[in-house]
Ligand binder design. Structure first.
Ligand code: TYD
Length: 135
């Protein structure tokens, strides 16, 4: 039913004046961007996320520093460590996701194919499992 998560390697234009990377739909990104947000100033040991989305897909990049994205499909858990600004993680809909292990001054950039909608969140893990099993 679902896509699976995967790492997307982005172009890296190496330049002695400083490197440059980018992404655009459809070349690097599998969806059109509706929204961009970022997570920063995360105190040591904090965890963000811990929910799933019914419809929304995301692409997550560690623009600065590092953190782990832990994804659960209802059966198994997979951890992706992000620590480069030229690759990111594609997260399909209906994955329970948690962002953790943030380094000092890390910056998580997240682009989504949907506008913000509180009703798209599944915040209860048992409900997530149930909806997953229905598919
Ligand atoms: P939330 O997605 O729960 O954060 P995280 O998953 O990283 O722990 O969002 C936290 C708050 O910010 C919540 O009250 C909703 C609000 N918010 C918006 O208003 N717009 C947005 O695009 C996002 C991502 C969050």
């Amino acid at each position: 039913m679902n896509d699976t998560p995967f790492i997307i390697q982005l172009p890296k234009i190496i330049d002695k004046r400083g490197n440059l990377s980018f992404f655009e739909y459809p070349k690097q990104l599998p969806f059109k961007i509706a929204r961009t947000y970022w997570i920063y100033d995360v105190p040591g040991g904090e965890i963000r996320g811990s929910h799933a989305f019914k419809e929304q897909q995301e692409f997550i990049i560690a623009l600065s520093g590092s953190f782990d994205v832990v994804l659960h499909d209802g059966e198994k858990e997979e951890k992706f460590s992000l620590n480069r600004s030229y690759y990111g993680l594609y997260v399909p809909k209906m994955y329970w996701r948690r962002l953790e292990n943030f380094s000092t001054n890390s910056l998580a950039l997240i682009v989504s194919d949907k506008h913000y909608n509180a009703d798209d969140y599944i915040r209860d893990y048992e409900e997530f499992k149930r909806l997953r099993d229905e598919k």
